[in-house]
Design a protein around this ligand. Structure first.
Ligand code: NAD
Ligand code: LMR
Length: 337
């Protein structure tokens, strides 16, 4: 059988923390599968180039059979040349006391030129995920500078929030995480996000019913949901910063791998969450990059249609979408889109 052609993966911020956690998993085949060779293009700003070069040396020392080539760049156009997969991680992380939206001015300017470089140089089938915060609006900025790339190819990471929700639920209903289905993160990757378990199941049983049984009735389950679960998941990033002293790294890298793997290979276990360009579904204005329940079908994210939403869910989603509208208006007034 002829050897498979390597997939070109461009990673920005390759000299940073998440970059370091991602590279070795990508090279091992965790993202694109055990039969797919990868070529890694690492993009850094000049101050980060040495760190990326160091990671490249370690990649060589790891002798990954799937790794066909590694190159370090400080020029976006060259780094995105022929990219089939673009992981936009390079950006400043927040520190304690900041909200992710506070990073718009610091980071927003990175994503226009990178969107333009993707437009000019990437492969026709490029798939983009933005991890650098504020991820949703940075993805919007990148997409708006890439008019020749279909908007559906630009996404942002909310899989980390999704995985956090699974982790919290699994502990509370005492079920293995792999048995939980139909959880959704709606809206922005921020404290306004809405982690929704109304349709969730654990090993086929309704999660709301399991919670009511475990926590002493529907009122207590509701209280847990509103006062504990939702804020815990939505503010987990801040909790990690407080406990670790810096923002999440390995879990963010792991969620990025999950997102891209499922996008390429499909979602056999039902839906997951990803921030995708809205087509107007569920009242989210067209063009905003918002998190939805999504399935990957034939290599394309599709928003799960026709879910019933109660008043509480509609209100929570609207609040997070209002924040996305504010962020969009802010970057518009900064001339970034
Ligand atoms: P880090 O500071 O360790 O690394 C960032 C790297 O990006 C640095 O090496 C820096 O030199 C590089 N960089 C900066 N500007 C660049 C540019 N224009 N082009 C290429 N590289 C550039 O930070 P980190 O911990 O790796 O986090 C990276 C980003 O990911 C932050 O914005 C953080 O908030 C975000 N993040 C998002 C999620 C999510 O769920 N969406 C989760 C965790 C972290
Ligand atoms: C996270 O959710 O851990 C990241 O977005 C980092 C942050 O600033 O919260």
């Amino acid at each position: 059988m002829a050897a498979k052609k390597p997939i070109t993966v461009t990673l920005t911020g390759a000299g940073g923390q998440i970059g370091y956690a991602l590279l070795f998993r990508i090279a091992s085949g965790a993202m694109l599968g055990p039969d797919t060779p990868v070529r890694l293009n690492l993009l850094e700003i000049p101050q980060g180039v040495r760190a990326a070069e160091g990671a490249a040396l370690e990649l060589q020392d790891s002798a990954f059979p799937l790794l066909s080539h590694v190159e370090v760049y400080d020029d976006a156009r060259s780094a995105f040349h022929g990219a089939n997969v673009a992981l936009l991680v390079g950006a400043r992380p927040r520190s304690a006391g900041m909200e992710r939206g506070d990073l718009l001015t610091a980071n927003g300017g990175i994503f226009g030129p990178q969107g333009a470089a993707i437009n000019a140089a990437a492969a026709d089938d490029v798939r983009v995920i933005v991890v650098g915060n504020p991820a949703n609006t940075n993805a919007l900025i990148a997409a708006s500078h890439a008019p020749d790339v279909p908007a559906e190819r630009f996404t942002a990471l909310t899989r980390l929030d999704h995985n956090r929700a699974l982790g919290q639920l699994a502990a509370t209903v005492d079920t293995p995480v792999g048995d939980i289905r139909r959880v959704t993160i709606w809206g922005n990757h921020s404290a306004t996000q809405f982690p929704d378990i109304a349709h969730a199941t654990a090993a086929g049983d309704s999660v709301p019913a399991l919670l009511a049984a475990r926590l002493g009735g529907t009122d207590s389950a509701r209280e847990w949901l509103v006062d504990e679960f939702i804020p815990r998941v939505a503010k987990r990033g801040a909790e990690i910063i407080e406990v670790r002293g810096s923002s999440s790294v390995a879990s963010a890298a792991s969620a990025t791998i999950d997102h891209m793997r499922d996008w390429v290979a499909g979602t056999p276990n039902g839906w997951t969450s990803a921030a995708v360009v809205s087509d107007g579904s569920y009242g989210v204005p067209e063009g905003l990059v918002s998190s939805f329940p999504v399935e990957s079908v034939d290599g394309t994210w599709r928003i799960v249609p026709d879910l019933e939403l109660d008043e509480f869910a509609r209100h929570r989603i609207a609040a997070s979408v209002a924040e996305l509208v504010e962020e969009r208006d802010a970057v518009r007034s900064l001339g970034l889109i």
